[in-house]
Design a protein around this ligand. Structure first.
Ligand code: GDP
Ligand code: MG
Length: 342
Protein backbone atom coordinates (compact mmCIF):
# COMPACT_ATOMS: atom_id res chain seq x y z
CA UNK A 1 0.00 0.00 0.00
CA UNK A 2 1.38 3.37 -0.85
CA UNK A 3 0.56 6.78 0.50
CA UNK A 4 -1.65 9.00 -1.59
CA UNK A 5 0.40 11.53 -3.50
CA UNK A 6 1.18 14.57 -1.47
CA UNK A 7 0.16 13.12 1.89
CA UNK A 8 2.53 13.50 4.77
CA UNK A 9 0.99 10.90 7.05
CA UNK A 10 0.90 11.91 10.66
CA UNK A 11 1.97 15.46 10.06
CA UNK A 12 -1.36 16.04 8.37
CA UNK A 13 -2.56 16.32 4.82
CA UNK A 14 -0.87 18.59 2.36
CA UNK A 15 -2.67 20.52 -0.32
CA UNK A 16 -1.85 18.95 -3.60
CA UNK A 17 -3.39 21.70 -5.64
CA UNK A 18 -2.48 25.27 -6.27
CA UNK A 19 0.73 27.23 -6.61
CA UNK A 20 2.05 26.13 -3.22
CA UNK A 21 2.68 22.61 -4.40
CA UNK A 22 6.13 21.47 -3.37
CA UNK A 23 8.49 21.18 -6.26
CA UNK A 24 11.10 23.68 -5.18
CA UNK A 25 12.95 22.56 -2.07
CA UNK A 26 14.97 25.77 -1.90
CA UNK A 27 11.81 27.88 -1.59
CA UNK A 28 10.38 25.55 1.01
CA UNK A 29 13.64 25.60 2.93
CA UNK A 30 13.66 29.37 2.83
CA UNK A 31 10.16 29.38 4.31
CA UNK A 32 11.02 26.76 6.92
CA UNK A 33 14.07 28.63 8.20
CA UNK A 34 13.85 30.48 11.47
CA UNK A 35 13.33 27.41 13.66
CA UNK A 36 10.37 27.86 15.94
CA UNK A 37 9.40 30.96 13.98
CA UNK A 38 9.61 29.23 10.60
CA UNK A 39 6.87 27.80 8.41
CA UNK A 40 6.05 24.35 9.81
CA UNK A 41 4.01 23.24 6.84
CA UNK A 42 6.98 23.86 4.60
CA UNK A 43 9.15 21.95 7.07
CA UNK A 44 6.71 19.03 7.16
CA UNK A 45 6.78 18.87 3.37
CA UNK A 46 10.55 18.88 3.26
CA UNK A 47 10.65 16.10 5.83
CA UNK A 48 8.41 14.04 3.56
CA UNK A 49 10.90 14.59 0.77
CA UNK A 50 13.75 13.40 3.02
CA UNK A 51 11.65 10.43 4.09
CA UNK A 52 10.92 9.30 0.54
CA UNK A 53 14.49 9.62 -0.63
CA UNK A 54 15.53 9.50 -4.27
CA UNK A 55 16.71 12.42 -6.39
CA UNK A 56 14.60 15.10 -4.61
CA UNK A 57 16.13 14.04 -1.27
CA UNK A 58 19.63 14.18 -2.76
CA UNK A 59 18.92 17.65 -4.01
CA UNK A 60 17.66 18.65 -0.58
CA UNK A 61 20.68 17.06 1.05
CA UNK A 62 22.96 19.34 -0.96
CA UNK A 63 20.92 22.37 0.07
CA UNK A 64 21.06 21.57 3.78
CA UNK A 65 24.73 20.53 3.90
CA UNK A 66 26.11 24.03 4.58
CA UNK A 67 24.20 24.15 7.90
CA UNK A 68 25.91 20.97 9.13
CA UNK A 69 27.18 21.20 12.69
CA UNK A 70 24.91 23.97 13.88
CA UNK A 71 22.63 21.76 15.97
CA UNK A 72 22.90 18.82 18.30
CA UNK A 73 21.09 15.48 17.98
CA UNK A 74 20.15 13.13 20.80
CA UNK A 75 18.93 9.60 20.11
CA UNK A 76 16.81 7.61 22.54
CA UNK A 77 16.50 3.89 22.10
CA UNK A 78 15.39 0.95 24.22
CA UNK A 79 12.79 -1.79 24.33
CA UNK A 80 9.13 -0.93 23.66
CA UNK A 81 7.50 0.11 26.92
CA UNK A 82 10.77 1.16 28.57
CA UNK A 83 9.39 4.68 28.84
CA UNK A 84 11.16 6.44 25.96
CA UNK A 85 8.18 8.55 24.92
CA UNK A 86 7.39 9.58 28.47
CA UNK A 87 11.04 10.41 29.00
CA UNK A 88 11.25 12.32 25.72
CA UNK A 89 8.30 14.44 26.78
CA UNK A 90 9.93 15.14 30.14
CA UNK A 91 13.27 15.88 28.57
CA UNK A 92 11.70 18.37 26.19
CA UNK A 93 9.97 20.08 29.12
CA UNK A 94 13.25 20.16 31.07
CA UNK A 95 15.10 21.69 28.13
CA UNK A 96 12.48 24.36 27.64
CA UNK A 97 12.53 25.01 31.36
CA UNK A 98 16.30 25.48 31.35
CA UNK A 99 16.10 27.76 28.34
CA UNK A 100 17.70 25.10 26.14
CA UNK A 101 14.93 25.15 23.53
CA UNK A 102 13.61 25.08 20.88
CA UNK A 103 13.50 21.32 20.41
CA UNK A 104 12.47 19.19 17.44
CA UNK A 105 11.42 15.59 18.06
CA UNK A 106 11.55 12.84 15.45
CA UNK A 107 9.65 9.71 16.47
CA UNK A 108 10.97 6.92 14.30
CA UNK A 109 9.11 3.70 13.57
CA UNK A 110 10.87 1.39 11.13
CA UNK A 111 8.22 -1.32 11.42
CA UNK A 112 5.38 0.48 9.72
CA UNK A 113 5.32 1.74 6.14
CA UNK A 114 3.10 4.51 7.39
CA UNK A 115 3.24 5.59 10.99
CA UNK A 116 0.67 3.65 12.92
CA UNK A 117 -0.75 3.25 16.37
CA UNK A 118 2.40 3.20 18.45
CA UNK A 119 3.51 6.57 17.21
CA UNK A 120 0.03 7.97 17.45
CA UNK A 121 0.15 7.08 21.14
CA UNK A 122 3.45 8.89 21.42
CA UNK A 123 2.00 11.96 19.82
CA UNK A 124 -0.88 12.01 22.23
CA UNK A 125 1.52 11.69 25.15
CA UNK A 126 3.57 14.60 23.89
CA UNK A 127 0.59 16.74 23.05
CA UNK A 128 1.38 19.29 25.75
CA UNK A 129 4.48 20.16 23.83
CA UNK A 130 2.85 19.95 20.44
CA UNK A 131 1.00 23.06 21.50
CA UNK A 132 4.22 24.80 22.37
CA UNK A 133 5.72 27.06 19.73
CA UNK A 134 9.18 25.93 20.75
CA UNK A 135 8.56 22.27 19.96
CA UNK A 136 8.20 20.53 16.64
CA UNK A 137 7.13 16.88 16.62
CA UNK A 138 7.23 14.65 13.61
CA UNK A 139 6.85 10.91 13.08
CA UNK A 140 8.97 9.10 10.53
CA UNK A 141 8.44 5.68 9.04
CA UNK A 142 9.82 3.76 6.08
CA UNK A 143 8.74 5.38 2.87
CA UNK A 144 10.87 3.53 0.42
CA UNK A 145 14.01 5.57 1.02
CA UNK A 146 16.73 3.61 -0.71
CA UNK A 147 19.21 3.83 2.13
CA UNK A 148 16.47 2.97 4.63
CA UNK A 149 15.66 4.90 7.75
CA UNK A 150 19.29 4.92 8.81
CA UNK A 151 19.90 7.21 5.84
CA UNK A 152 16.59 9.09 5.91
CA UNK A 153 16.86 10.10 9.57
CA UNK A 154 20.24 11.89 9.31
CA UNK A 155 18.88 13.69 6.27
CA UNK A 156 15.86 14.75 8.31
CA UNK A 157 18.11 15.84 11.18
CA UNK A 158 20.21 17.98 8.83
CA UNK A 159 17.04 19.45 7.45
CA UNK A 160 15.85 20.44 10.92
CA UNK A 161 19.31 21.83 11.52
CA UNK A 162 19.15 23.92 8.35
CA UNK A 163 15.67 25.06 9.34
CA UNK A 164 17.11 26.45 12.56
CA UNK A 165 16.24 23.86 15.21
CA UNK A 166 19.23 23.75 17.58
CA UNK A 167 18.31 20.47 19.26
CA UNK A 168 16.83 17.36 17.68
CA UNK A 169 15.60 14.42 19.76
CA UNK A 170 15.24 11.15 17.88
CA UNK A 171 13.11 8.53 19.58
CA UNK A 172 12.88 5.03 18.13
CA UNK A 173 10.03 2.65 18.99
CA UNK A 174 12.13 -0.40 19.78
CA UNK A 175 15.52 -2.04 19.68
CA UNK A 176 15.64 -3.73 16.30
CA UNK A 177 18.81 -3.53 14.26
CA UNK A 178 17.55 -0.56 12.28
CA UNK A 179 16.47 1.28 15.40
CA UNK A 180 19.84 0.90 17.06
CA UNK A 181 21.43 2.03 13.80
CA UNK A 182 19.15 5.07 13.66
CA UNK A 183 19.91 6.05 17.25
CA UNK A 184 23.58 5.57 16.43
CA UNK A 185 23.37 8.36 13.87
CA UNK A 186 22.88 10.89 16.68
CA UNK A 187 25.53 12.86 18.56
CA UNK A 188 24.57 11.52 21.97
CA UNK A 189 22.92 8.11 22.25
CA UNK A 190 20.71 7.50 25.29
CA UNK A 191 19.80 3.88 25.99
CA UNK A 192 16.71 3.43 28.14
CA UNK A 193 16.44 0.31 30.29
CA UNK A 194 14.24 -0.76 33.19
CA UNK A 195 15.16 -2.38 36.49
CA UNK A 196 14.75 -6.11 36.57
CA UNK A 197 16.64 -9.25 36.15
CA UNK A 198 18.27 -9.64 32.79
CA UNK A 199 17.50 -6.23 31.33
CA UNK A 200 21.16 -5.30 31.33
CA UNK A 201 22.01 -8.63 29.76
CA UNK A 202 19.43 -8.09 27.01
CA UNK A 203 20.85 -4.65 26.35
CA UNK A 204 24.26 -6.17 25.90
CA UNK A 205 22.92 -8.81 23.53
CA UNK A 206 21.09 -6.24 21.43
CA UNK A 207 24.33 -4.29 20.98
CA UNK A 208 22.81 -1.40 22.93
CA UNK A 209 25.68 -1.02 25.37
CA UNK A 210 28.05 -0.61 22.47
CA UNK A 211 26.24 2.47 21.17
CA UNK A 212 25.28 3.96 24.54
CA UNK A 213 26.74 7.29 25.62
CA UNK A 214 24.30 7.64 28.49
CA UNK A 215 22.47 4.78 30.19
CA UNK A 216 19.11 5.33 31.82
CA UNK A 217 17.44 3.03 34.30
CA UNK A 218 13.91 4.31 33.92
CA UNK A 219 11.05 3.13 36.13
CA UNK A 220 13.45 3.48 39.03
CA UNK A 221 10.35 3.44 41.24
CA UNK A 222 10.34 -0.32 40.72
CA UNK A 223 12.46 -2.94 42.46
CA UNK A 224 15.76 -4.16 41.08
CA UNK A 225 17.46 -0.82 40.37
CA UNK A 226 20.59 -1.65 42.34
CA UNK A 227 21.05 -5.04 40.69
CA UNK A 228 20.57 -3.59 37.22
CA UNK A 229 23.08 -0.86 37.93
CA UNK A 230 25.58 -3.41 39.23
CA UNK A 231 25.14 -5.58 36.12
CA UNK A 232 25.58 -2.57 33.85
CA UNK A 233 28.73 -1.42 35.61
CA UNK A 234 30.10 -4.92 35.31
CA UNK A 235 29.30 -5.22 31.62
CA UNK A 236 30.69 -1.80 30.83
CA UNK A 237 33.95 -2.76 32.49
CA UNK A 238 34.13 -5.88 30.37
CA UNK A 239 33.16 -4.46 27.03
CA UNK A 240 34.38 -0.89 26.94
CA UNK A 241 37.84 0.46 26.87
CA UNK A 242 37.51 4.08 25.97
CA UNK A 243 37.86 7.57 27.22
CA UNK A 244 34.16 8.04 27.92
CA UNK A 245 32.36 5.78 30.36
CA UNK A 246 28.60 6.08 29.96
CA UNK A 247 27.06 7.46 33.14
CA UNK A 248 24.11 5.51 34.53
CA UNK A 249 21.16 7.75 35.38
CA UNK A 250 18.08 6.66 37.31
CA UNK A 251 14.78 8.20 36.27
CA UNK A 252 11.08 7.94 36.94
CA UNK A 253 9.76 9.40 33.73
CA UNK A 254 6.17 9.27 34.91
CA UNK A 255 6.92 11.76 37.71
CA UNK A 256 9.92 13.52 36.19
CA UNK A 257 12.34 12.35 38.88
CA UNK A 258 15.91 12.22 37.64
CA UNK A 259 15.17 13.93 34.33
CA UNK A 260 17.30 16.94 35.31
CA UNK A 261 20.17 14.48 35.96
CA UNK A 262 19.61 12.95 32.55
CA UNK A 263 19.81 16.33 30.84
CA UNK A 264 22.98 17.05 32.79
CA UNK A 265 24.52 13.75 31.70
CA UNK A 266 23.69 14.53 28.07
CA UNK A 267 25.16 18.02 28.42
CA UNK A 268 28.35 16.58 29.93
CA UNK A 269 28.70 14.09 27.10
CA UNK A 270 28.23 16.87 24.58
CA UNK A 271 30.90 18.96 26.29
CA UNK A 272 33.21 15.95 26.32
CA UNK A 273 32.73 15.40 22.58
CA UNK A 274 33.20 19.06 21.76
CA UNK A 275 36.31 19.48 23.86
CA UNK A 276 37.98 16.26 22.75
CA UNK A 277 37.36 16.86 19.06
CA UNK A 278 35.32 13.67 19.09
CA UNK A 279 32.22 15.40 17.78
CA UNK A 280 33.80 16.40 14.50
CA UNK A 281 35.32 12.94 14.09
CA UNK A 282 32.08 11.21 14.97
CA UNK A 283 30.09 13.27 12.51
CA UNK A 284 32.56 12.72 9.71
CA UNK A 285 32.51 8.98 10.37
CA UNK A 286 28.72 9.02 10.26
CA UNK A 287 28.75 10.83 6.92
CA UNK A 288 31.03 8.12 5.56
CA UNK A 289 28.64 5.45 6.81
CA UNK A 290 25.67 7.25 5.40
CA UNK A 291 27.33 7.69 2.02
CA UNK A 292 28.27 4.02 2.06
CA UNK A 293 24.68 3.02 2.75
CA UNK A 294 23.43 5.15 -0.11
CA UNK A 295 26.10 3.97 -2.53
CA UNK A 296 25.61 0.31 -1.65
CA UNK A 297 21.85 0.51 -1.98
CA UNK A 298 22.20 2.12 -5.40
CA UNK A 299 24.54 -0.59 -6.54
CA UNK A 300 22.29 -3.25 -5.07
CA UNK A 301 19.39 -1.92 -7.06
CA UNK A 302 21.42 -1.83 -10.27
CA UNK A 303 22.67 -5.36 -9.72
CA UNK A 304 19.21 -6.69 -8.96
CA UNK A 305 17.87 -4.93 -12.04
CA UNK A 306 20.38 -6.54 -14.36
CA UNK A 307 20.24 -10.01 -12.83
CA UNK A 308 16.46 -10.00 -12.63
CA UNK A 309 16.00 -9.50 -16.36
CA UNK A 310 14.22 -12.18 -18.34
CA UNK A 311 17.22 -12.54 -20.67
CA UNK A 312 19.51 -13.48 -17.79
CA UNK A 313 16.99 -15.86 -16.24
CA UNK A 314 16.57 -17.56 -19.59
CA UNK A 315 20.31 -18.15 -19.88
CA UNK A 316 20.39 -19.55 -16.34
CA UNK A 317 17.48 -21.90 -17.07
CA UNK A 318 19.08 -23.27 -20.20
CA UNK A 319 22.41 -23.81 -18.48
CA UNK A 320 24.16 -21.23 -20.64
CA UNK A 321 25.20 -19.09 -17.69
CA UNK A 322 26.86 -19.73 -14.32
CA UNK A 323 26.74 -17.33 -11.32
CA UNK A 324 30.44 -16.40 -11.47
CA UNK A 325 30.25 -15.42 -15.12
CA UNK A 326 27.00 -13.59 -14.48
CA UNK A 327 28.71 -11.61 -11.69
CA UNK A 328 31.56 -10.68 -14.06
CA UNK A 329 29.06 -9.53 -16.64
CA UNK A 330 27.17 -7.44 -14.07
CA UNK A 331 30.33 -5.70 -12.91
CA UNK A 332 31.33 -5.03 -16.52
CA UNK A 333 27.88 -3.71 -17.36
CA UNK A 334 27.79 -1.37 -14.35
CA UNK A 335 31.30 -0.10 -15.10
CA UNK A 336 30.20 0.58 -18.67
CA UNK A 337 27.14 2.51 -17.46
CA UNK A 338 29.24 4.51 -15.01
CA UNK A 339 31.75 5.36 -17.72
CA UNK A 340 29.04 6.61 -20.07
CA UNK A 341 27.43 8.59 -17.21
CA UNK A 342 30.59 10.34 -16.30
N1 GDP B 1 6.14 3.02 36.98
C1 GDP B 1 6.62 3.72 35.96
N2 GDP B 1 5.99 3.70 34.78
C2 GDP B 1 6.51 4.41 33.76
C3 GDP B 1 7.69 5.16 33.90
N3 GDP B 1 7.97 5.74 32.73
C4 GDP B 1 7.01 5.37 31.86
N4 GDP B 1 6.11 4.57 32.49
C5 GDP B 1 4.93 3.94 31.89
O1 GDP B 1 5.36 2.90 31.00
C6 GDP B 1 4.50 2.80 29.89
C7 GDP B 1 5.28 2.86 28.59
O2 GDP B 1 5.83 4.16 28.44
P1 GDP B 1 6.22 4.75 27.02
O3 GDP B 1 6.80 6.09 27.29
O4 GDP B 1 5.11 4.66 26.06
O5 GDP B 1 7.35 3.74 26.57
P2 GDP B 1 8.09 3.59 25.14
O6 GDP B 1 7.41 2.46 24.42
O7 GDP B 1 9.49 3.23 25.46
O8 GDP B 1 7.97 4.88 24.41
C8 GDP B 1 3.47 3.91 30.03
O9 GDP B 1 2.31 3.38 30.60
C9 GDP B 1 4.15 4.87 30.99
O10 GDP B 1 3.24 5.61 31.74
C10 GDP B 1 8.33 5.16 35.19
O11 GDP B 1 9.39 5.77 35.39
N5 GDP B 1 7.76 4.43 36.16
MG1 MG C 1 7.42 5.31 22.39
Amino acid sequence: MSAPAGATGPAGPIETTGRQRATDPEKLLEAARGGAGGDRRALARLLSVAERGGEPARHLSRATAPAAGSSYSIGLTGAPGAGKSTLTGRLVAEMLDKGAGPVAVLAVDPSSPLSGGAILGDRVRMQDHALDRNVFIRSMATRGHLGGLAAAVPEAVRLLEAAGWPTVLVETVGVGQVEVEVAGTCDTVVVVLNPGWGDAVQANKAGLLEVADVLVINKADRPGVRETRRDLVHMLQLSRSMDWTPPIVETVASTGDGVADLLQAITRHRAFLEESGGLVRRRAKRMVEEAERLAVSRFTREVAGILGSEAVLKRFRSGALDPATAADEVVAEISRRLASDG
